[in-house]
Write a protein that binds this ligand. Structure first.
Ligand SMILES: O=P(O)(O)OC[C@H]1O[C@H](OP(=O)(O)OP(=O)(O)O)[C@H](O)[C@@H]1O
Ligand SMILES: NC(=O)CC[C@H](N)C(=O)O
Ligand SMILES: [Mg+2]
Length: 503
């Protein structure tokens, strides 16, 4: 998951894109970038770091123009340490195209080979997003028949792109002098929505919070397989470009990735978390008798709605027991296990009085590597808790993810190959209660019965795009295993473009 935004306006868009990226910061903390267009020229600045650190006043001043794109990156392909893989990406032909991507391609290796050997394109990084951009550019080139691209030709190119590309891809792209292209993959795995401002500004973004927080009205989600082209004067053209679109959004968006104030594919993320809490409460009651629980305590931040609902339904008090240092980012999306582990204690501190002599039920939204829960259970015990029970609003994460969540290997997942009892022993709690997979799907699915289903491979091992099996996942993720553990690892010797560039 990364955060992407694209804007077409009649006013300068640099500050607007910056503000939208701040609202999407929870989706990617590693790198950030903005590209704007003035006339036929693109202006770009991108670098590693959080939005506030990447853009200084001088960088913002160097981003003129009334349309542009932005991205915050959470690396899931290529090299996490590489500055060159920050997005957006640029190619000069045809016309000049820049692109920002959220997702992960499952056939990036094969596409890379094809692009180089058959299409004679040059790929300069290990990023799958650069591969995606080159497929788009190549197909735009093939579809264009005159000096100016026609909207139908753009849709023809997207149809061809859907046939070549596998995996998850929500993208925004600018075609120089033409307008903005917005595309969602045929399964709608990663979120993407579109809206308008009072002055007619059109904005597409990963989450509705980016629209609302910048004063835009959410209009709709982009449909799976759909392409939307926004001309520079704000006219919107939309077309279904996939042969067989089926709507299976990623369920982990509702568990953890998205902000609770966003609505994705008609489902309020907050309500989804409450529903997961409701389903979890039933399992808690059948495992630990509520009178044995003195307090229900969330592990901030993402588990709060679920924990509140568990407390209400089991009839025990909801208490805050951990205070989050708001200046430390989300630990799960940090690159490298060492930094993730260190950050848990930096990020969360106990309120000792809530634990001393009590039996506590800690609730988290998910347990992935077990980094958070192991530390937290220990902290609760150090603070004097008598019994420490732990409940997870999501089922055990047992399978790697290939669609844009950085869980490349089974071995790193604490629940992989272990029974619930073995996980409990490893985490060190007195009881461990997991959500059930079907109950989770029902809890979220009840909020939009029109969906075909969910992409839930990390829970059920079912890879929705059909081109990936558990056997092929390892090969697919091989370059990512351990990625980020060594922040000094360089991308090899390759052409490095300057950061602030007029491209
Ligand atoms: O088992 P793990 O590998 O530790 O991963 C799961 C934890 O990571 C996430 O928290 P994070 O700190 O990233 O963000 P949050 O503040 O939104 O909860 C998630 O909410 C869990 O607490
Ligand atoms: N999480 C994402 O969406 C990542 C996008 C892309 N695969 C990258 O690694 O940069
Ligand atoms: Mg958390």
């Amino acid at each position: 998951m990364c955060g992407i935004v694209g804007v077409v306006s009649t006013q300068p868009v640099n500050q607007l894109i910056y503000d939208a990226l701040l609202l999407l910061q929870h989706r990617g903390q590693d790198a950030a970038g903005i590209v704007t267009q003035l006339g036929y020229k693109f202006f770009m600045h991108k670098a590693k770091g959080m939005v506030r650190d990447v853009f200084r006043t001088r960088n913002m001043r160097a981003l003129p123009g009334n349309c542009g794109l932005g991205q915050v990156r959470y690396p899931t392909a290529g090299n996490a340490a590489s500055e060159e893989e920050a997005q957006p990406f640029y190619v000069n032909a045809p016309f000049g195209v820049v692109l920002a991507h959220n997702g992960n391609l499952t056939n990036a290796h094969a596409l890379r080979r094809e692009l180089v050997q058959t299409d004679h394109r040059h790929i300069n990084t290990e990023s799958d997003s650069e591969v995606l951009l080159n497929v788009l550019a190549h197909e735009l080139g093939r579809a264009s028949r005159g000096a100016v691209l026609q909207v139908e030709e753009i849709f023809e190119a997207v149809r061809a792109l859907h046939r070549r590309v596998r995996g998850s891809y929500a993208l925004v792209a600018l075609i120089a002098g033409h307008g903005m292209l917005v595309v969602r993959d045929p399964f709608g795995i990663r979120p993407l929505c579109i809206g308008r401002g009072p002055d007619g500004t059109v904005m597409a973004a990963s989450e509705s919070v980016a629209l609302e927080g910048t004063g835009h009205r959410f209009e709709r989600d982009v449909a799976p397989g759909e392409a939307i082209f926004v001309t520079l004067d704000g006219q919107i053209h939309a077309r279904q470009c996939a042969d067989d679109p089926r709507h299976h959004p990623c369920i982990f968006e509702f568990v953890y990735l998205a902000r609770p104030d966003s609505v994705i594919d008609g489902i309020s993320v907050y309500r989804a978390r409450l529903n997961m809490g409701e389903a979890l409460a039933t399992r808690v009651i059948s495992t630990v008798p509520p009178p044995d629980i003195d307090a229900v305590i969330p592990i901030p931040e993402s588990s709060r709605p679920a924990a509140m609902e568990v407390a209400r339904l089991i009839g025990r008090p909801y208490r805050e027991g951990f205070v989050k240092n708001r200046y430390v980012g989300r630990t799960f999306i940090m690159p490298g296990q060492a930094v993730r582990k260190k950050s848990v204690r930096q990020k969360l501190n106990v309120i000792a009085s809530e634990f001393a002599g009590r039996n506590v039920l800690l609730v988290d939204d998910s347990i992935v590597r077990g980094t958070t829960s192991r530390e937290i259970v220990q902290m609760a015990r150090e603070a004097g808790a008598r019994k420490v029970y732990l409940a997870s609003a999501a089922p055990p994460v047992r399978y790697p993810n290939v669609y844009g969540i950085d869980m490349p290997t089974q071995e790193e997942l604490v629940a992989h190959g272990r029974s619930v009892e073995e996980v409990r022993q490893l985490i060190g709690c007195d009881a461990l209660i997991y959500q059930d997979v079907e109950a989770m799907k029902r809890a979220v699915g009840a909020l939009n019965p029109t969906l075909a289903g969910f992409e839930a491979s990390c829970f059920d091992g079912d890879y929705i795009t059909g081109d990936v099996t558990l056997e092929t996942v390892a090969a697919l993720n091989a370059p990512r295993s351990g990625a980020g553990d060594d922040d000094d690892s360089a991308a090899g010797t390759r052409l490095t473009l300057p950061n602030a560039q007029e491209v």
